[in-house]
Design a protein around this ligand. Structure first.
Ligand code: B12
Length: 291
């Protein structure tokens, strides 16, 4: 857990999706506590805002369906780590974008790093969605809805993250041609940004040859390659060999990650400076690069 953060009135307003004046009114009515800076400005402790959001059910009001159904099913679950993790899963299932976003932002405000949120909340929930789909308990449409809600919630989380405006280091991320899974490279990008770097995500289904040209143009300090599914292994292997040769000349380190690379035999064909099992690994590698 990182340090708890203090928020300005404007930041609280943005998180709660209300005006600055509304936040001041809530504060003056005693609904939320704050401290004052030496200049007399309000500063809100993150856990106080998380409490307020939970109590006021902010972010839940646009949720579809019956929340009690979600709560009832959650009580029966024993495999999720915490109540909010399983609520996140049900928010995806039920298409509750606001609730899903609220859980992620609250976790962040309580001091979890983005990498921890990705590894502990988002990935397990999507794994469960994938299992339901694979076992025929969920239709493709339902899986699509859940994935879209996850994407939307992550975009909302990003708006709460402190992203450095002019970072010295750049990382470039992509997933290879044929792989349509968008989230891994997006999460890798956000993880790297949270370490104070700049990051560009070219996303899924990117031909490696094209990406190479971009890498040569921008000369990043790091390349992050994710593969969930490799459609044409022979072609990818061939393209990666050329890619790797070029990139080695520039001495740019490469991180590989993703479900496809969990196969150790396959991994041997893709030499890289680092194999990341999760986003915590990515954050750690970036920190080491800086030291
Ligand atoms: C959403 C989804 C889709 C969506 C993607 C939409 C989109 N715009 O992104 C769509 C509908 C396109 C899709 C299609 C398919 N999918 Co799909 N999909 C998923 C689902 C539910 C979530 C994927 C996701 O974003 N996960 C979030 C990532 C971050 O988590 P993760 O993959 O578990 O990754 C872990 C690690 O590998 C690591 N990690 C992952 N990536 C990276 C990257 C880096 C850099 C690092 C450091 C770490 C890292 O972090 C995670 C935590 O440990 C997964 C289920 C699941 N378990 O994830 C199935 C899943 C990946 N899909 C699967 C399948 C089979 C398919 C299809 C073949 C189905 C079909 N018959 O058409 C197609 C393939 C399409 C293609 N050519 O790519 C299988 C893959 C099985 C396998 N072989 O491994 C899964 C696991 C479902 C399942 N249980 O069977 N899918």
């Amino acid at each position: 857990m990182g340090d708890l953060k203090c928020l300005t009135t404007k930041e609280v307003a943005r998180l709660c999706r209300v005006s600055d004046a509304t936040v001041k009114r809530w504060h003056d009515a005693g609904l939320m506590e704050s401290e004052r800076t030496s200049g007399g400005h309000r500063r809100f402790r993150a856990e106080e805002i998380a409490r307020f959001q939970r109590e006021q059910k902010l972010g839940l009001k646009r949720c579809h369906g019956d929340e009690t159904v979600v709560a009832a099913s959650t009580r029966g679950r024993r495999d999720s780590k915490t109540y909010s993790d399983s609520i996140f899963f049900y928010s995806l299932l039920k298409g509750c974008e606001e609730a899903a976003a609220n859980i992620l932002v609250s976790a962040y405000l309580q001091g979890k790093s983005p990498a921890e949120i990705f590894d502990d909340v988002i990935c397990p929930a999507l794994s469960q969605i994938g299992e339901l789909w694979a076992s025929g308990h969920m239709t493709i449409s339902q899986e699509h809805l859940a994935s879209h809600v996850a994407h939307a919630a992550i975009y909302k989380l990003r708006s709460a993250l402190c992203v450095s405006k002019s970072a010295a280091n750049l990382a470039m991320c992509c997933a290879p041609e044929g792989d349509l899974h968008e989230l891994p490279t997006h999460l890798a990008k956000l993880t790297i940004e949270d370490e104070g770097w700049d990051a560009m995500n070219y996303g899924a289904n990117t031909p490696l040859g094209d990406f190479m040209k971009e890498v040569l143009r921008h000369k990043p300090a790091l390349v992050c390659l994710s593969a969930t599914i490799i459609i044409d292994a022979e072609c990818f292997f061939h393209d990666y060999k050329t890619f790797r040769e070029q990139i080695a000349k520039l001495k740019i380190p490469v991180i590989i990650g993703g479900r496809a690379f969990e196969d150790e035999c396959l991994r041997q064909h893709f030499p890289a400076e680092f194999y990341a099992r999760n986003f915590g690994d990515v954050a750690g590698f970036v920190q080491n690069l800086e030291n």
